[in-house]
Design a binder for this molecule. Structure first.
Ligand SMILES: N[C@@H](CCC(=O)N[C@@H](CS)C(=O)NCC(=O)O)C(=O)O
Length: 242
């Protein structure tokens, strides 16, 4: 059964796609146009009542929330593709711990930065300099803790790549576009970790396969043109980023 991923063009769905590639699971993608409000239409709300992306459909099983989906597939296909959960229960505990840290500690400030620096200007909405400043400060403090952790282990949960590392990819990917990559580069161990995980073949695939909508944004160097029909640039931009 081929897994269907709704909303593959956005950051949270990219987390799921990365996971499916690492786990060598066959999937197809369904484009959901947020700008046209397709994610709030009754048809989509039947799958995801909160109107958010991604959702996956696996036969008659439906699941949403990107991290829950990743956990599900990492467990379901434990012995296929990359082991993303560790070998022992202690390793699993650390994977869960850092996966939670990503979701509740790391993601909020980086999400605010992406929204205010990248998304709002594209939508013609005002950015909030105070939120940017506070979020950068918070993220810096979080990264100091990561630096300490990564000076002791190659990856967050230990010396193995896991769901905890994987979950950081979609939003951290925007650091260079936001001109905040110095926050990574100036921390030796965070920098080595980021080079390692962002160069994984699976993450490269996320950005180079046909299902990936990607465009060249102003001042962005890391985007590749995909095969979505050309419409308004601003639509593309938002689909790419949010
Ligand atoms: N915690 C959710 C967040 C989902 C989310 O916010 N998705 C964005 C796309 S990346 C979305 O659906 N935006 C449209 C909206 O909220 O209307 C997850 O990880 O799946």
């Amino acid at each position: 059964m081929v897994v269907k991923v709704y909303g593959s063009d956005y950051a949270n769905p990219q987390r799921v796609i990365m996971c499916l590639i690492e786990k060598e699971i066959e999937f197809e993608t369904v484009f959901v146009d947020v700008l046209k409000g397709e994610n709030k239409q009754p048809e989509y709300l039947k799958l995801q009542p909160f109107g958010c992306l991604p959702t996956v459909q696996d036969g008659d099983y439906t699941l949403y929330e990107s991290r829950a989906i990743c956990r599900y597939y990492a467990e379901k296909y434990k012995n296929q593709g990359t082991n993303l959960l560790g070998e022992t229960i202690e390793e699993r505990g650390l994977v869960e711990q850092w996966h939670e840290v990503e979701s509740h500690v790391y993601n909020p400030p980086i999400y605010n930065l992406v929204m205010n620096i990248v998304v709002s200007p594209l939508l013609g909405l005002p950015s909030d300099p105070k939120v940017i400043e506070e979020s950068e400060d918070k993220l810096g403090k979080v990264l100091d803790i990561y630096e300490e952790r990564l000076s002791k282990a190659k990856y967050l949960a230990g010396d193995f790549f896991s769901l905890a590392d994987l979950s950081h990819l979609p939003f951290t990917h925007y650091m260079s576009q936001m001109k905040k990559e110095y926050m990574i580069i100036e921390r030796e161990h965070v920098s080595a970790w980021w080079d390692d995980i962002s160069n994984r073949p699976a993450w490269q695939k996320v950005f180079h396969e046909k299902y990936q909508l990607a465009i060249t944004l102003p001042n962005a160097s890391t985007f590749v043109v995909g095969e979505r029909p050309e419409t308004e640039a601003s639509c593309h931009d938002v689909r790419e980023i949010t």
